[in-house]
Design a protein around this ligand. Structure first.
Ligand code: SF4
Length: 369
């Protein structure tokens, strides 16, 4: 079995009590059956504490309840009471593995670190862009839902997307626009049932640069759509409201100045957006094997980039600076709100088809300014 990982994967170490945004906040961690059985039999004070923290979520799954927005087992010092008392092996599967995610494609597996975790986000943005591959003794898995022919066709397409995004002879927005145009061309082929032709599809020329007005309209549309999605944290809600309000009232001239200031402020940090876009395509693109939606996967990366840059510009306008910590906070919030919510991912993928401004040409022009 081949296992692929980004080069930073094995260097990850949880920040535990020093984490600026513990993953034990805002989410109700679902407890697997094996851990649940263990918790129900745990003796002593810790057993009572753990059982007191258990509840049932809307889907009927056992989970740890939140107390004032944080896991009821989280102590004041930011450490988990269960882990502190019984060690990491006592954690349920979700807590033990987070932020590590493994996607199985039968013949191979891909591991990633969810950038909703601040330490994973830091590693992602500073990534050298390499992947590591190792072959283990494990047999290939029998994955009935994997379409082997489509998967084999999608793999070189993803490599090509990575190549477009890594081509530093262009600004990162122009690269994302080129990747989006390529995804549109791939989707057209796929919709015709031409799986074999995917690898022969050439990226069309990138759309011409858009105007500040076009980008402003597209950003407004994006924040309109984001306002209709599920919202996990009050911090994200406040940020969305602030961004939507600022964009709604902004003149094209003000927007152009604000954008120019932001581009200057982030000079030399384009690699962060590049790495983030590649991370998103690595995590999500091959899932098109399951639903045939190539364009939805790439447009998610493009909308993510647009949202991050707009929120970065908002931060700069508000605070007069845009720091690395500010960038990491935005990445973490974005990933937490979108990547960990199937409903939001589905809604954004659908918006790529329903919203005329999110098509390959229009969104590409907005990105490429
Ligand atoms: S968010 Fe990441 S660094 Fe923070 S506690 Fe969770 S796994 Fe550790």
């Amino acid at each position: 079995m081949l296992i692929r990982k980004p080069s930073y994967y094995d260097g990850f170490a949880c920040l535990a009590g020093a984490c600026p945004d513990t993953c034990c906040a805002a989410w109700e961690a679902v407890v697997d059956e094996k851990s649940l059985a263990r918790y129900q039999a745990l003796p002593g004070t810790i057993g009572r504490t753990v059982r007191d923290a258990l509840t049932v979520d809307g889907d009927g799954d056992a989970c740890f309840r939140l107390a004032e927005g944080r896991c009821a087992l989280l102590r004041g010092d930011g450490l988990c009471a269960l882990q502190a008392e019984l060690g990491e092996e006592a954690l349920c599967q979700v807590c033990r593995e987070h932020p590590r995610f493994i996607e199985s494609f039968g013949a191979f597996r891909e591991a990633s670190l969810a950038a909703s975790c601040p330490e994973a986000a830091r590693l992602t943005l500073a990534w050298d862009g390499r992947f590591t591959e190792a072959v283990t003794d494990e047999p290939e898995e029998d994955c009935e839902d994997v379409d082997g022919a489509l998967l084999a066709a999608l793999l070189p397409c993803r490599e090509r997307l990575f190549g477009l995004l890594r081509d530093r002879s262009h600004p990162v927005g122009a690269r994302m626009a080129a990747a989006l145009g390529y995804a549109g061309a791939l989707q057209e082929r796929l919709d015709l049932g031409d799986v074999a032709g995917l690898s022969q599809t050439a990226p069309p020329p990138a759309p011409p640069a858009g105007t500040a007005g076009e980008r402003l309209e597209t950003a407004r549309a994006l924040f309109r759509v984001l306002g209709t999605l599920e919202i996990l944290s009050p911090e994200w809600k406040a940020l969305l409201d602030e961004a939507a309000g600022a964009l709604a009232d902004m003149s094209e001239d003000t927007y152009a100045v604000r954008r120019r200031d932001f581009v200057r402020a982030r000079l030399g940090r384009e690699a962060e957006y590049e790495n983030f876009a590649v991370y998103l395509l690595y995590r999500w693109f091959l899932k098109a094997d399951f639903d045939g939606d190539v364009y939805g996967k790439v447009s998610f990366a493009a909308l993510s980039l647009l949202a991050l840059q707009e929120l970065g510009a908002l931060t700069l306008a508000r605070e007069g600076r845009f720091t690395q910590d500010g960038q990491l906070r935005l990445v973490g919030l974005w990933c937490k709100e979108q990547e960990h919510c199937d409903e939001n991912l589905a809604a954004l993928a659908q918006a790529a088809y329903d919203e005329p401004l999110f098509g390959p040409e229009t969104l590409g022009r907005a990105l490429n300014i």
